[in-house]
Write a protein that binds this ligand. Structure first.
Ligand code: TA6
Length: 295
């Protein structure tokens, strides 16, 4: 890689920085993710920015097995553990985080070598979630790409149902950013309390110039995010839905760990499986992946 880098915290398996060049400036790596300057990085609350991992529920819990969980589940607010080496060669490096025990809360690890991170039930998790599972998170960095994979292994003797999502805070000019390949999709508009049904996206290019919180169903898993100074291509696998979120000033100013005006500098484009639930059989492993590429 010519200077591309990423920072991955063991807390939440949260990527908090990804610097990479692009076709305009291949040798000038720039920060591609938004991290609020008021983000709390001491492990006491989920991180406002980067790529929080959402599991086993998206938003407020709706599954009977998730009744004791908070918004977006526990994966983003648990400490994962470094679990081993995956790959390190000229093409790139990849790491996997694995939950053994709660170790050092934060590890601002540049990714110098491949590694792994995963999460398994701790007493704290078991107090609110009785299912057996093993999560592994793999981040792979190459010159202009960052991919993140979430492996969910059903280690129980029962069916395991869950939702999963990568809550990407993409650094972009929120007044100019446009998102393509959402046209004609059905979506749930979380900003419209007067309508609880599904709307149909009519726009070829979706903007977030006003408060936007849209959950698109059965999406193409291939998106383009562009703004005059840059862009990002996003592809996903087994993440059939995608969320677009920007709170803008009114809602954004009420978010305690959102820096003043932060909403002007990001769009959340979040590949996930969030309408309905993934269902895995005992012993089965489900892998949801996304690939972010600078353009
Ligand atoms: O993904 C969009 C969303 O569900 C919004 O409704 C908003 O709540 C956002 O996530 C941030 O959620 P958080 O729990 O991180 O404040």
């Amino acid at each position: 890689m010519k200077g591309s880098s990423a920072e991955l915290l063991l807390y939440g398996a949260t990527v908090i920085s990804w610097k990479a060049g692009d076709s305009r400036d291949p040798l000038e790596p720039r920060e591609r993710l938004f991290l609020s300057s008021k983000a709390v990085l001491d492990g006491s609350k989920p991180i406002r920015g980067g790529i929080p991992v959402v599991f086993p529920c998206f938003g407020a819990p709706t599954h009977p097995e998730h009744n004791l969980l908070g918004q977006h589940g526990f994966a983003r607010s648990e400490t994962w553990a470094w679990g081993g080496i995956v790959m390190d060669n000229d093409a790139g490096v990849s790491v996997r985080l694995s939950q053994g025990f709660s170790i050092a809360l934060l590890s601002r690890e540049l990714i110098p070598v491949n590694g792994s991170t995963a999460l398994e039930p701790t007493p704290k998790i078991a107090a609110v979630y009785q299912k057996l599972f093993r999560l592994e998170f793999v981040a792979t960095l190459s010159e202009h790409q960052l991919s993140t994979d979430l492996h969910v292994k059903n280690t129980s003797s029962e069916v395991l149902e869950f939702q999963a999502l990568f809550h990407n805070y993409v650094r972009a000019s929120a007044h100019e950013v446009l998102i393509r390949h959402l046209q004609n999709l059905e979506y749930f508009d979380k900003t419209d309390s007067s309508f609880q049904g599904l709307k149909t996206e009519t726009r070829a290019e979706v903007d977030v110039r006003r408060y936007t919180d849209s959950v698109y169903e059965n999406a193409p898993q291939k998106y383009e995010i562009t703004w005059p100074a840059g862009g990002l291509a996003v592809k996903s696998t087994r993440l059939k839905d995608v969320v677009v979120w920007n709170p803008q000033a009114d809602a954004g100013s009420k978010i305690g760990d959102m820096e003043e005006g932060g909403w002007e500098h990001f769009v959340c484009l979040e590949p996930g499986y969030v309408r309905g639930f993934v269902s895995t059989q005992p012993g089965e492993t489900w892998i949801g992946q996304q690939v972010l590429e600078t353009v």
